[in-house]
Write a protein that binds this ligand. Structure first.
Ligand code: NAP
Length: 255
């Protein structure tokens, strides 16, 4: 029996990268995917054509009205949402000398307000059917050290806390809420716009920062997401699952 038979799963930012891999993994387990994209319609269309029963929905998760429209469209075209994967996010690295209000507002709006708007609009559905929420945090938000990533890390630490608080707030509806904190994973976010030489240097650099001496792939995160979406994790709630190859550059000063 497939693990997610007939489940309707909304995955934000599933046109590319980690969200795309999660969509493929979940669809292979019988789920119907509401593929959310913001700009990359072509990639979203391509994915839809590969995943039977899926539909695409444009929305900017940082715009509450746009999220509301998308959820209404999903009701009309697919039905009630069973599982929400808050995956959409952006990365931006800058030092305190490069501080810029606009950049900071944008990263908070997408990485933090996005999941908040999504939860707000999907809650009536999730309350009906003991739904599941999976948030995409980051190991940056739980302590790994890379220069220039302080603001990004704060947004992801907030996503980790959002996960814990939501699990508590929603316990009466038996909605399980967990997060994944990926390490460095190959995607447009980490390798986009880099030359082949730069990309290889980055791969080797991050590989050397893991105990397992491995480069993370989107499929590693999709495996963790499937675990959190399925019965195998039925006794887990409010947790942040770190999937990072065992990062050794960690700023956490206590265990
Ligand atoms: P990516 O390759 O850059 O893909 C980002 C996805 O998010 C795209 O599908 C993009 O859609 C979507 N998106 C961005 N802004 C959006 C918005 N305002 N509204 C709706 N969708 C939006 O990134 P990724 O590496 O797959 O990362 C996915 C998530 O994992 C992010 O939350 C990221 O912070 C987290 N993460 C990634 C890594 C890593 O190493 N890759 C590590 C830790 C955590 P369009 O292209 O259609 O605009």
């Amino acid at each position: 029996m497939a693990k997610l038979e007939n489940k309707i799963v909304l995955i934000t930012g599933s046109s590319r990268g980690l969200g795309n891999a999660i969509a493929r993994k979940f669809a292979a387990e019988g789920a119907r995917i509401a593929i959310n994209y913001n700009h990359d319609r072509d990639s979203a269309e391509k994915l839809k054509n590969e995943l039977p029963g899926s539909e695409i929905f444009q929305a900017d998760v940082s715009d509450h009205a746009s999220v509301t429209c998308m959820v209404n469209d999903i009701h009309n075209k697919m039905g009630t949402i069973d599982i929400l994967v808050n995956n959409a996010g952006i990365f931006s690295a800058f030092s305190w000398d490069e501080f810029n209000d606009e950049k900071i507002r944008k990263i908070f709006d997408i990485n933090l307000m996005g999941p908040i708007y999504m939860v707000k609009e999907c809650l009536p559905d999730l309350k009906k059917n003991h739904g599941i929420i999976i948030n995409m945090a980051s190991n940056a938000g739980v302590g790994t050290a890379a220069k220039g990533t302080t603001i990004y890390s704060i947004t992801k630490a907030a996503v980790a806390m959002l996960t814990k608080r939501l699990a508590f707030d929603l316990m009466e509806w038996h909605i399980r809420v967990n997060a994944i904190a990926p390490g460095w994973i190959e995607s447009d976010m980490t390798l986009g716009g880099k030359s082949a030489e730069e990309a290889e240097k980055l791969r080797q650099s991050f590989k050397s920062r893991t105990e397992l001496n491995m480069i993370g792939k989107p499929e590693n995160i999709a495996d963790a997401a499937l675990f959190l979406a399925s019965k195998e994790s039925e006794y887990m709630d409010g947790q942040v699952l770190v999937v990072d190859g065992g990062r050794i550059d960690n700023l956490t000063h206590s265990l």
